[in-house]
Design a protein around this ligand. Structure first.
Ligand code: GLP
Length: 255
């Protein structure tokens, strides 16, 4: 695991975008796993800029998003389909047929999970997975549980997640209670993973993910067992990490 601590949210996005851009330069037909939420927005902005200024080419890239709310139509402005189009896809030259997001309108969520996993496998698996982290240390929508979730599946959102995500809605009662999400196994099968976090409200989750026990009660802690993870956090999200993290190679951009 590598840890990058940045001075600012914008710099976190820049570091993440550099890794994604490097991945695409090295392998133009890369398969990316993508995340939604406010965290990766600065990364998407930077990637759009690199596309516009130096022509970073997404024409051969395939993307799989982590999750979608159940019951949310793609044209609903609260859907993750809509988020991805607005924040990223419509600004770059990706082919829409290479964009995959779980279908929140699927009647049979078990079949949808199976279909999604088969699509990922058919594309050769995910080369680089981008993650945010929830305040309760969830990744994707894999909420704290007594066992690690396996593959893409239906999840019931925790009250803490509903409250956290209610800032995007008029009030908490509008937040969907269920989602369909890649599972922990799906995420762990990616070749490379980058996890992003910013702000003080993520400090506890980042601490649990990096320094806590590996437990399904802190789903992101599973990343300690992945062979190739880069964690990029701003200094506020890093504020609870001990100064001497022995097993992590620290590239501290602040000093
Ligand atoms: C959401 C998403 C996650 C995201 C997390 C944090 O519920 N399912 O993929 O990483 O919560 O969101 P934010 O970046 O807005 O804090």
């Amino acid at each position: 695991m590598r840890l990058v601590i940045t001075d600012s949210y914008e710099q976190m996005g820049l570091e993440a975008a550099n890794i994604v851009a490097g991945q695409i330069y090295l392998k133009p037909n890369s398969v990316l796993g993508l995340a939604t939420g406010s965290t990766p927005v600065s990364m998407y902005e930077r990637l759009v800029l690199v596309h516009r200024t130096v022509g970073l080419d997404f024409s051969e890239v395939t993307t799989f998003n982590l999750d979608e709310y159940i019951g949310m139509r793609p044209d609903n402005s609260q859907s993750y389909h809509y988020f991805m189009q607005e924040n990223f896809f419509r600004h770059i030259n990706i082919r829409q047929e290479n964009v995959y997001i779980p279908d929140g309108m699927a009647e049979d969520t078990v079949a949808e999970g199976r279909r999604y996993e088969q699509l990922i496998a058919a594309k050769g698996g995910i080369d680089l997975q981008v993650l945010g982290i929830g305040q309760n240390a969830h990744i994707g929508f894999n909420e704290p549980d007594v066992k690690f979730a396996a593959t893409t599946h239906k999840v019931e959102l925790d009250e803490e997640t509903i409250q956290a995500n209610s800032r995007f809605f008029n009030d908490a009662s509008e937040v969907p209670r269920y989602a369909i999400s890649m599972g922990i196994k799906t995420i762990m099968m990616a070749e490379h993973v980058i996890m992003l976090a910013n702000g003080k409200n993520k400090a506890r989750a980042v601490y649990k993910a990096l320094c806590g026990d590996v437990t399904p009660e802190a789903p992101a802690s599973i990343l300690q067992l992945h062979r190739d993870v880069t964690v990029i956090v701003d200094k506020e999200a890093a504020s609870l990490l001990p100064a001497d993290i022995h097993d992590i190679q620290i590239k501290n951009l602040c000093r």
